[in-house]
Design a protein around this ligand. Sequence first.
Ligand code: IPE
Ligand code: IPE
Ligand code: MG
Length: 257
Amino acid sequence: MMKNNINYTFSQNKQNDSWDKMEMSRLPYHVAIIMDGNGRWAQERGLPRARGHRAGMESLRSAVELCLEIGIKILTVYAFSTENWKRPQEEISILMGLLYEYIQKELDELHKEQVKVRTLGRISELPAPAVYEIKRAQELTSKNKKLILNIALNYGGRTEIVDAARRIAQLAVQGKILPEEIDEELFQKHLYTGDLPDPDLLIRPAGELRISNYLLWQIAYTEFYSTSTYWPDFRKEEFIKALLSYQGRQRRFGGLK
Ligand code: IPE
Ligand code: IPE
Ligand code: MG
């Protein structure tokens, strides 16, 4: 496999106005992205869908770079849903292969840049080589502090809630907790994201106005941003547009201004 030598250093890229408009003190702490539109991006160019997925990998690299550069602390990306198993076997294999390749290519650089790689989803159901690479990435980067890169893989929001309910039920059966002790805080701790704050901003490229089973519990008060730009074209400029939109919002969490 080719080694990737691209450096995650980018200050020289701050070339235009939109950067200047960003208020660095009001950045979202946690950004979630539904990486969608790879297939359409490829089809519009007369290319196989796989080419779109590959181009999407570059966008992930650029999103990670931007987070590192401006100081976003958590990036949670939707890479494969529990429903994506419905796709043709060939496409599933391509996606799993790309996941493996992404870790192989990027891990050293991610580690050097102090990125902690984590996953959310039923990882053990993925093909063995992918599981192996994921474990390797998690172990190597477990102490890194600059950015948490959370990759949602074989992830479904409903599955996550069911998994949490199962764990809590087990604790109750073992007599370790009482049913009346189950509240939102305790429930939240048993989600895959149990130790992380909820996303502040959820970005969905490719124009669909739906959640597609992503982070159902966590997005209760997340700001939503949709753009028609396909994920392979969603690079730093697009990301900054989303951040500027976020900075124009007034979050009330049900209260008053
Ligand atoms: C997102 O792109 C990648 C995954 C869902 C794994 P799509 O493959 O969904 O692209 P579209 O939506 O068909 O364009
Ligand atoms: C959501 O995109 C899942 C990922 C991006 C991994 P989909 O393409 O699977 O969503 P739908 O089918 O359009 O809702
Ligand atoms: Mg899609």
